[in-house]
Design a binder for this molecule. Structure first.
Ligand SMILES: Cc1ncc(COP(=O)(O)O)c(C=O)c1O
Length: 395
């Protein structure tokens, strides 16, 4: 019913995933088209329901300053209920954000002083590192560990030790986790929140990936864990990952605790940057409609198939360790043994990828040593072409 086979022409759109290069001067060689596999947006058109809503709003012709509509709030309340079983959200708990990272900046600034320590998991979504360091915070990392079943796990003992040693009062949770693709279980979140409660740690829970849950897994919103978690968490969501809307800038926070809400809103009001964009709002309403939801469910099936294909491919390469993600459209294979066997560096491997048009992400920006992050949100034919190039020219 929906077309996920179309090879979308992204030339001339100035998309970062097409235009940017990880190493200056390293370009695809002649004859190798660009396959964008780095920045987290998709090589698919957005849902028809999104276009319809934008079109409807566009045709009203006037674009004055606006507040968020009742439809915007109702769409979010209904979406959170339908997708995640959240029943307790009221309009006052929701606030528009033109970006999740902007929201995180405001939250951290509102709650901490410059120079304060913030705890994050490592590997870490690179955007967190950039903005939090720029704002003058000191980042402390707790490494996720791969267990015997090949599952990325939190190291609770290490988290608690670092919280105590570094007087930490803010943890930035990524749920589902980018880049590992872990979808945290209720038990795992409960355990983490026991520690946060014990040491009075606020949580920013970035749930931007929660629309993209795979393999029968379930996303558990951090604020659903218990009453304490609900009141110590600022959560951020967006339809941007699931519906390919990052260029429209539309996201939102959910906060229940009045103190946290007032602090966040105050901070956001100071520089006046967080104005509602009427077309972005329309996009969210379309995404969260029933037709939008049907599109997302079909997309997830396509992504699931792509992940299967790519994980199967990389797991057959000697020296490459790849774990099937439970959410997102990202894989994060580790080439450590492969690089040793071949006596080459990660840089050498990445250059080969780029020269053959495969614009992947260097895992070192997430804190890895020998990993590459690959975005698989693309038509099947494009992914097959990418894997074929890995096979013929790279590995
Ligand atoms: C975990 C996570 N948070 C935030 C963002 C960026 O969100 P925004 O563009 O709304 O700032 C991304 C983008 O990839 C992401 O992966």
């Amino acid at each position: 019913m929906f077309n996920f086979e179309e090879l979308v022409d992204r030339r001339g759109l100035y998309h970062r995933s097409v235009e940017t290069r990880i190493f200056e001067g390293v370009e695809p060689k002649d004859g190798f088209s660009i396959i964008p596999m780095s920045i987290a947006d998709m090589n698919f058109k957005t849902a028809p329901a999104v276009i319809d809503e934008i079109d409807k709003r566009f045709k009203r012709d006037v674009f004055g300053y606006s507040i968020n509509s009742k439809e915007f709030f109702d769409s979010i309340i209904s979406w959170q209920k339908r997708r995640h079983g959240v029943n307790s959200i009221e309009e006052k708990n929701i606030g528009y954000e033109n970006g999740v990272l902007g929201g995180l900046s405001s939250a951290a600034t509102a709650l901490l002083s410059r120079g304060d320590n913030i705890l994050l998991h490592r590997p870490t979504y690179a955007g967190f590192n950039g903005i939090l360091k720029n704002l003058g915070f000191n980042l402390i990392y707790s490494d996720l560990k791969i267990d015997k079943e090949n599952v990325w796990r939190m190291d609770y003992e290490d988290m608690e030790k670092k919280i105590v040693e570094n007087k930490i009062h803010l943890f930035v949770m990524c749920s589902p986790h980018n880049p590992t693709g872990r979808v945290w279980t209720r038990k795992e979140l409960e355990k983490a929140y026991e520690i946060f409660k014990k040491h009075d740690v606020y949580v920013v829970s970035d749930e931007i990936w929660s629309d993209l849950i795979l393999s029968g897994k379930k996303h558990i919103p951090s604020q659903l864990i218990n009453e304490d978690a609900k009141s110590r968490t600022i959560a951020f969501y967006a339809p941007t990952k699931g519906y390919n809307l990052a260029g429209l800038g539309v996201s939102y926070h959910i906060v229940y605790n009045d103190f946290l809400n007032d602090r966040l809103l105050k901070e956001e009001s100071l520089c006046h940057y967080n104005l509602n964009n009427v077309l972005s709002e329309a996009a969210l309403i379309g995404a969260y409609s029933n037709d939008g939801e049907a599109w997302l469910d079909s997309l997830i099936e396509v992504i699931e198939g792509n992940i299967h294909l790519a994980v199967d491919f990389f797991s057959k390469i000697k020296g490459v360790d790849v774990i099937k993600p439970e959410g997102t459209y990202l894989i994060y294979p580790d080439f450590e043994k492969y690089l040793i066997n071949k006596n080459i560096s990660l840089y050498d491997l990445l250059v080969k990828c780029i020269e053959h048009g495969l614009l992947v992400s260097d895992g070192r920006i997430f804190g890895g040593k020998s990993t590459i992050r690959m975005n698989l949100a693309m038509p099947r034919k494009m992914l097959e072409e990418a894997l074929d190039r890995f096979d013929k020219y790279i590995l």
